[in-house]
Ligand binder design. Sequence first.
Ligand SMILES: [Zn+2]
Length: 259
Amino acid sequence: MKLYLFEAGILKSQRHFFTLNQGVGENFDVPVPFLLIDHPKGKVLFDTGNAYEIIHEKKKHWGDILGAYDPVMTEEQWCVNAIKKVGVAPEDIRYVILSHLHLDHAGCVGHFPNAQYIVQRDELHFAYVPDPYMKLAYIRKDFDKDVDWYILEGWNTDGFDLFGDGAIKIYFTPGHTPGHQSILVNLPNSGPMFFAADSCYTTENLKNGTLPGLMWNAGETVRSVNRMRLLQETQGVKVVTGHDPAAWKEFKQAPEYYD
Ligand SMILES: [Zn+2]
């Protein structure tokens, strides 16, 4: 098994969107990560980064959210092109696990013709009818596609073991959104790695319990972060946060990989 970390460009933003009431107005450029896992039983993506359209017409595609998050992505960094650099074609992808359906995670739904798209039911519902404060973060034309959805059911399917061998387990981590999910990847040599995505943006959120600047439910956010902290302390799991520019730089980037 090989695990590749990719960056679909960055979001030019401000710190207080990631740490509530802290660093107000301070420039903060964050990575937009996604993963490729090459498992013997099939190739898996965890998130897909931004839509292709934002390369050339971001105002038209993303609208007013550009005032808070301004994406910068090259053709080579676009998910579909990026995986080709490690010899993987879009047709090769068997599963696309979506942490949630925000615009910087679900931008490439529909580009992997043989894939099932694994999403939480609560997320799919909320993405179509979001609360007003989160409306701009969902781009309906990105995810409203006739793809093969594979629906997970919150706590009822928590810890879902994708291939039945413990290699990739999907954890329900609500808080940032109602149907957020994260993955635990058990690597034979590198050990267990937990990819939080937006359930925990940065090391500051993880270590100090600082709330993020954007969330659906504060209580659920705290519980989800506590849970990954526990995994870290009791099982030696390496937690990879979702949008931390400093922490992200410490990890190997594709074409290098973890195995
Ligand atoms: Zn998000």
